[in-house]
Design a protein around this ligand. Structure first.
Ligand code: NAD
Length: 703
C-alpha cells in the first residue's frame, strides 16, 4: 500500500489522491503509488471512471529533482503515463496550483483534464538544460498544436489555465471547490458516455505545420537561445512528434533527453536552479527568525535608481513614498516613472489598468516627515558620503522605531553610514542593479551592526519583489563590482597590448555574455568609473588599464548617452559601431606607455577576463564577504550576464580545474605583474586538488 497515493471510490468514480508534500513531486514513491492505484481503480468493478487529484497546495509540480543524476529507480515515468493513458476506463486529471514538467506530462496522459482558473501548466525543463522526458514533447503538440507546444517547450514559460483551455490542453475550467467540481465534471462525462480518449491517438503529421515553420522558429529564437544546448533539442523532439508515429517519437524523445542530461549545460543549469534557492539561507540566522512587516516603503532620491526601485515595489503591490530634494527633481523623477510605465503599456507588458494601479501606488513629496510611517526606507541619493550622512540624520529624526533604513550605495561604507544614526542595527545596504525594476539581482549588504531580523526581513522582501537576494559583507564594491574591477582592468590592458574593443567584446560575447566589457561600459556611462577613480585618488591618465577610458571621457565621449564612447552610436541607435578614432587613441596611449602591440587570440582574451573573477572571488570567500562560492555565481549570473549554462565563475573554475586556473594565474603574475597575485585560497585548493564546491561543503559541515 502506498503512503503517498490513496484510493477511494466516490459513487461510480474511483478517486486517486496524491498526498506527498510539499509539492507532490513525482518521486519514486509517488510513481509506484500511482501505478499501483491506477491498477486498483481499473480492477474496481464499481468504478466507471478514474479521477486523479492532489492534496495540498498544488497538483504534481514536477519531477523530483533530488533524483536527478542518480541511478533511475523503478517504476519509470513512462510506466506511470502508460498506466493512466492505457486505462480502459476514462481517466481525468483535476489540476490546481502548478502542473509543471512531469506534472503536465502526467495530466496529458489522462484522457481528460479539468483545472481551477488559477492553475498553471508548463514544461519548464528547458530551464534545467533538458527536454520533457515523459512524453511531453509528443503529447503537447497533439493537444495544443505544434506552434503553441514548441513555444511552451522551448521557452519553458507557464500558461494560465484559461489560456490552456483555449489551446486545448485543458478541457474544463472548474469554479469553486476542485474535488466537488471535478467529480461533477467526471459525472457529466459519464452521463454523456464520453469515451476513453488517448492523447497518443490524436493524429499529427507534417501537414499540421506550415511549410518552413521549424526553420523560421529556429531563426526567431536564435538570439535568445544563443549558446544554449537544450532549446534546439526541444525543437528536434517536437519535430519528431510530427515526423514519427507516437511510439517512435517517444523513443526519440528519450534519446534526446539522455543527450541533454549528458551535456555539461544540464548540470550547470540545475546547479544554478539549486543555488539560487540556497542563497536565501544564512548560516547564523535561523529560519524561524521573526520578521518585521513591510507594508509601506519610502525612497529618498528619485533619480535613475530611486525611480527604478520605486517601480519594483509598486509592481509587487506595495505603496511607495518618494522624497526628492526639490520640486524640479521630483517632477522629473515622477515623469520618468510615468514614461517607463507608458512604454510597458505600449509594448503590451502591462494593461492600462495595471499601469494605473502601479502609478497610483507611488507618491512624491519634498517632506522627510512623510516617511514617518514607512517600514522600510531606501536611500538612493548621489554617491556622496557627506550628503548621505545628512540624509541619514534626517531619517533618524523622522522614521519610526523599528523601521529598516537601507542604502543603495555602490561604493560607500555601510558601517560608516550606520554609525551616523542612533540605530545602526536597523541599517543595511540594499544594492539594486540598474534598471532596478528589471534586474533580478539584489545584493543585501550586511553591516557589522545589522540586526539578524533586519537581514532576514530584507532577504524575504527581495523574494517578494521578484529579486534574488544575495548576502554580501561590507567591502569596496561588495561582491559583484569588486570582481568587475579585475575583469575591466584586463579588458583595458588588452587594448593597449593590441586588441580592439570590438575584438575583446566579440570574445566575451562568444563566451556567452550578452555583451562584452566595452559595450557594457558604454551603456553604463564611462563618466561613472572616471569619477569613482578620481574619488579614490587615481589621477586621470595614470593607471594603464583606464588611460583609454580617461581620454575618451575627457574628449566628451561618455558612452551611449553622448553618442560615443568605446564605440560610435548612430542617432537613435544602441548598436555599437567600431570607431577608428578610438583605435588611434589606443595606439597613441600604447606608444606613450611603451607597450608593444601584438595580436591577442580569443582564448587569451576570455582567460584574462574570466580568471580575475575567479581569483577575486577566492579572496571574497576567504574574507567571508560571500557566504559560499555559489552566492558569487548567483551574483554574476543575475547581475552581470555571466552565461547561466556555464554555472557562474566559481562553478566554471571548478569545471576547468583549479590547478589549471592557478597555474595560468601564476604565469600571468610572471608576465603582467602583481595585480595577478594568486589568492591564497585558490593556491591552497589547487595544490590539494580540491574544488570551491568541495571547500564549501567542508565549511558547511564544520559548522
Ligand atoms: P541619480 O543622480 O540618478 O539620482 C540621485 C537623486 O538623488 C537625484 O534625483 C537627486 O535630486 C536626489 N537627491 C540628492 N540629494 C537629495 C536629498 N537630500 N534628498 C532627496 N533626494 C536627493 O543617481 P543614481 O544613479 O540613481 O544613484 C543613486 C545611488 O544609487 C548612488 O548611491 C549610486 O551609487 C547607487 N547606485 C547606482 C547605480 C547605477 O547604475 N546608476 C547602480 C547601483 C547603485
Amino acid at each position: 500500500m502506498s503512503d503517498v497515493v490513496g484510493y477511494e471510490r466516490k459513487g461510480r468514480i474511483g478517486v486517486i489522491t496524491i498526498d506527498s508534500p510539499p509539492v507532490n513531486a513525482l518521486s519514486q514513491a509517488v510513481r509506484s503509488g500511482l501505478v499501483e492505484q491506477v491498477a486498483r481503480a481499473v480492477a474496481d468493478d464499481e468504478a466507471e471512471a478514474i479521477l486523479l487529484i492532489c492534496a495540498g497546495r498544488t497538483f504534481i509540480a514536477g519531477a523530483d529533482i533530488s533524483e536527478f543524476g542518480k541511478p533511475p529507480k523503478e517504476p519509470g515515468f513512462l510506466e506511470v503515463t502508460n498506466a493512466l493513458e492505457g486505462s480502459p476506463k476514462p481517466t481525468v486529471a483535476a489540476i490546481h496550483g502548478t502542473a509543471f514538467g512531469g506534472g503536465l506530462e502526467t495530466a496529458m496522459s489522462c484522457h481528460y483534464r479539468c483545472a481551477v482558473p488559477s492553475a498553471k501548466v508548463g514544461q519548464p525543463e528547458v530551464k534545467l538544460g533538458i527536454i520533457p522526458g515523459a512524453g511531453g514533447t509528443q503529447r503537447l503538440p497533439r493537444l495544443a498544436g505544434v506552434e503553441a507546444a514548441v513555444n511552451m517547450i522551448v521557452t519553458g514559460k507557464p500558461v494560465p489555465a484559461p489560456k490552456a483551455k483555449k489551446l486545448g490542453i485543458i478541457d474544463e475550467i472548474v469554479e469553486g471547490d476542485l474535488l466537488e467540481g471535478a467529480l461533477a465534471y467526471v459525472g457529466r462525462l459519464e452521463d454523456e458516455g464520453a469515451p476513453v480518449r488517448r492523447t497518443r491517438d490524436i493524429s499529427l503529421d507534417r501537414s499540421a505545420v506550415p511549410e518552413g515553420f521549424f526553420a523560421a522558429y529556429r531563426e526567431g529564437i536564435a538570439k535568445k537561445a544563443r549558446g544554449y544546448f537544450a532549446p534546439e533539442m526541444c525543437i528536434q523532439a517536437v519535430e519528431a512528434a510530427v515526423d514519427l508515429p507516437f511510439d517512435e517519437g517517444i523513443q526519440r524523445e528519450g534519446e534526446i533527453f539522455v543527450e541533454c542530461m549528458r551535456n555539461p549545460q544540464a548540470a550547470a543549469l540545475q546547479y544554478v536552479f539549486f543555488v539560487e534557492r540556497e542563497a536565501a539561507k544564512i548560516p547564523d540566522v535561523p529560519k524561524d527568525t521573526p520578521l518585521r512587516s513591510i507594508n509601506k516603503v519610502g525612497i529618498v532620491g528619485g533619480g535613475t535608481m530611486g525611480g527604478g526601485i520605486a517601480m519594483a515595489f509598486a509592481n509587487s503591490g506595495l505603496p511607495v513614498t518618494m522624497v526628492e530634494a526639490d520640486q524640479g527633481a521630483l517632477d522629473r523623477g515622477l515623469a520618468t516613472i510615468k514614461k517607463n510605465y507608458e512604454r510597458s503599456l505600449a509594448s503590451g507588458r502591462f494593461t492600462e489598468v495595471q499601469v494605473a494601479e502601479r502609478l497610483g501606488r507611488i507618491s512624491g513629496t519634498l517632506e522627510y516627515g512623510d516617511l514617518a510611517d514607512a517600514d522600510l526606507v531606501i536611500e538612493a541619493v548621489f554617491e556622496d558620503l557627506g550628503l548621505k550622512k545628512e540624509v541619514y540624520a534626517k531619517l533618524d529624526a523622522v522614521c519610526k522605531a523599528g523601521a529598516i533604513l537601507a542604502t543603495n550605495t555602490s561604493t560607500l561604507d555601510v558601517d560608516e553610514i550606520a554609525a551616523t544614526t542612533s540605530r545602526p542595527a536597523d541599517v543595511i545596504g540594499l544594492h539594486f542593479f540598474s534598471p532596478a525594476n528589471v534586474m533580478r539581482l539584489l545584493e543585501v549588504v550586511r553591516g557589522a551592526a545589522t540586526a539578524k531580523d533586519v537581514l532576514a526581513t530584507c532577504m524575504k522582501m527581495a523574494k517578494a519583489i521578484g529579486k534574488v537576494g544575495v548576502v554580501s559583507g561590507v567591502c569596496f564594491g561588495f561582491i559583484g563590482n569588486r570582481m568587475l574591477e579585475g575583469y575591466l582592468r584586463e579588458a583595458g590592458l588588452m587594448l593597449l597590448e593590441g586588441a580592439s574593443p570590438a575584438e575583446v567584446d566579440a570574445a566575451m560575447y562568444g563566451f556567452g555574455f550578452p555583451m562584452g566589457p566595452f559595450a557594457m561600459s558604454d551603456l553604463a556611462g564611462l563618466d561613472v568609473g572616471y569619477r569613482v577613480r578620481k574619488e579614490r585618488g587615481i589621477e586621470p591618465g595614470s593607471e594603464p588599464s583606464s588611460v583609454v577610458a580617461d581620454r575618451l571621457v575627457e574628449g566628451g565621449r561618455h558612452g551611449q548617452k553622448t553618442g560615443a564612447g568605446f564605440y560610435r552610436y548612430e542617432e537613435g541607435s544602441r548598436a555599437p559601431v567600431p570607431d577608428p578614432e578610438v583605435v588611434r587613441i589606443i595606439e597613441e596611449e600604447a606608444a606613450r606607455l611603451g607597450i608593444a602591440r601584438r595580436e591577442l587570440g580569443e582564448e587569451e582574451i576570455v582567460t584574462r577576463c574570466v580568471y580575475p573573477l575567479i581569483n577575486e572571488g577566492a579572496r571574497i570567500l576567504e574574507e567571508g564577504i560571500a557566504i559560499r562560492p555559489s552566492d558569487i555565481d548567483v551574483v554574476w549570473i543575475n547581475g552581470y550576464g555571466f552565461p547561466p549554462y556555464r554555472g557562474g565563475p566559481m562553478y566554471y573554475a571548478d569545471q576547468v580545474g583549479l590547478k589549471k586556473v592557478y597555474d595560468a594565474i601564476r604565469a600571468f603574475r610572471e608576465r603582467h605583474g602583481e595585480h595577478w597575485e594568486p589568492a591564497p585560497l585558490l593556491g591552497k585548493l589547487a595544490e590539494e586538488g580540491d574544488t570551491f564546491l568541495g571547500w564549501a561543503i567542508k565549511k558547511a559541515m564544520k559548522k
